[in-house]
Design a binder for this molecule. Structure first.
Ligand SMILES: Nc1nc2c([nH]c(=O)n2[C@H]2C[C@H](O)[C@@H](COP(=O)(O)OP(=O)(O)OP(=O)(O)O)O2)c(=O)[nH]1
Ligand SMILES: [Mg+2]
Length: 135
């Protein structure tokens, strides 16, 4: 990222959503998107004048139809995919209601923490999985 192109790095709000059974919600990225076909933690781009928590509330309603009441910072990851540079601002989401559904037609799954290693994620997510398993 250079000062001449401050918008080049995409600020993404990412939610590690945990239910009462300690399972974590995964969604499959649509094939046509960047890193398509891989599993992700739901989330999306933070808009101007929006906090990460606000972006998560909006994105998790849009993407998986959950009503989030609070989220808490977990970690930040800067990653360069070559074709795209991302700043992932990852939050824990433990306070929510509703039934998770792929509101945009994507596959969604509640997964046991120990099973996370069985899924294919974008490269930047490795550190997130490590952190979840250390909890
Ligand atoms: N949501 C999410 N994005 C991730 C994860 N890991 C990872 O590298 N990313 C990257 C992939 C994308 O380059 C970027 C998310 O951007 P996106 O374009 O899908 O954001 P969005 O959901 O707001 O999509 P859009 O509707 O604005 O197009 O972050 C993850 O676990 N969850
Ligand atoms: Mg998204």
């Amino acid at each position: 990222m250079t000062s001449l192109n401050p918008d080049k790095k995409i600020h993404v709000a990412v939610g590690v959503i945990i239910n009462k059974s300690e399972q974590i919600l995964l969604a499959k990225r649509p094939l046509n998107l960047h890193q398509g076909g891989k599993w992700e933690f739901p989330g999306g781009k933070v808009e101007l004048n929006e906090t990460t928590s606000e972006a998560l509330i909006r994105e998790l309603k849009e993407e998986v139809n959950l009503d989030v009441s609070a989220s808490h910072p977990m970690m930040e990851i800067h990653h360069d995919y070559g074709d795209k540079q991302v700043f992932l601002d990852i939050h824990w989401v433990k306070n929510f209601s509703g039934i998770a559904t792929g509101a945009e037609g994507q596959e969604v799954l509640w997964v046991e923490k120990d099973d996370l290693i069985k899924y294919e994620f974008p490269e930047a997510n490795k550190a997130i999985i490590t952190k979840i398993l250390a909890e």
